[in-house]
Design a protein. Sequence first.
Length: 434
Amino acid sequence: MGIYFGTDGLRGIYGEELTPSIAFKCGNSLSRFCENKKVVIGKDTRVTGDILSLSMINGLMQNGVNCVDVGLLPTPAIAYITKKEGADYGVMISASHNPPNYNGIKIFDKNGYKISEILENSIERKFMFQSSVVYNKIGRYSFKPNLLKKYIDFLNENSCSLDGLKIVLDCGNGACSHIAKKIFSEKGGKVISINDRTDGLSINEDSGALHPLVMAETVKRKKADLGLSFDGDGDRIIACDEDGTIIDGDDILFVLASQIKNINSVVGTSMTNKGLENALKKKGISLLRADVGDKYVIEKMKNKGISLGGEPSGHIIIGEKSTTGDALLVGLTLASIMKKSGKRLSKLISYKKYPQINVNVEVNDKYRILNSEKLTQEILSLQKDFSNLGRVLVRASGTENKIRIMCEHKSRLQALKSAQILESLVKNINAASN
């Protein structure tokens, strides 16, 4: 990771870590890597999306790049349209699952994949050196929101009739808000859409993939067959079954791996539950682990020739159809599996997870704490005690100044006690540095 770019693009609180000036510099830097001088750009519903996208466009156009503004759309749509339109890059202005006061910049290459860390670092190095062309070579701007139809047609082609299914959609007041209900309804589903405002003032707040209980309660109250909850930019999905039981990314991976033909291997992360790994093994499917972050999952999928991967958080990649996590595609695929099999979602999930405790601790210097000798010794001690009965993972957040703690054990009590020990230790080390 560089100074500006984290594990998922460039992200921060608007006006602090991310400003129009930084967006301009990013656009101007990116322009120097464009061969065909064409970039596609879109945004989620955040109120700061306009000024940041225009600043990015300004930086690109100043150095001769033509910009196609697609407007409001999900992140996977940008990835898809970039490839279809033959653009050099696709840019999504979004802070994904973060609160409304955050925003970010995600960049995709001409093939629809997130750009590499090497390219991110190269872009950063050019931030200090502005580049421009003479007036008659300035890039041109065009607004083409109708390009979104290409992505919608793609979704329709990759799903079956959902006639008879009652589905709750929680759009998180984000990028799926204006299209999700229409897409699922046109496939025949009886759709109840909630949290589908597009004013950007409440994106991800008490809604969407980070707050799935809202969806689950609606499913129970409306007696629906399925609930699907999307994050702010539509690359992440959490579901629930007919009983309102939450179905996370691990559960979704299990269903897809079990139902999609010719799946021999799946890519997860260090956070993927041991219970899923054991269940897949019984089906003759191996689990490979990547670092946390969907781009690392995708990188391992590409390197190993694997067509399915994802994270417990809900980034699910169906590699034969998409180059990034796609909540709408995965949601339609889940509903299609239910329709074709005639089974309820609860019956499609037949494995038990190891109890897993996750704790996030805000700190002043996450890397200093992560490299603390005291913390390292405690982690090694717990891992030795756990043996093959569980796992311990402590890592720095890629997007926030936090230490993330995960303890997983066959005994929930043991997992909880271990997480509390680590949480207390991290807080003490942090306090000592103040």
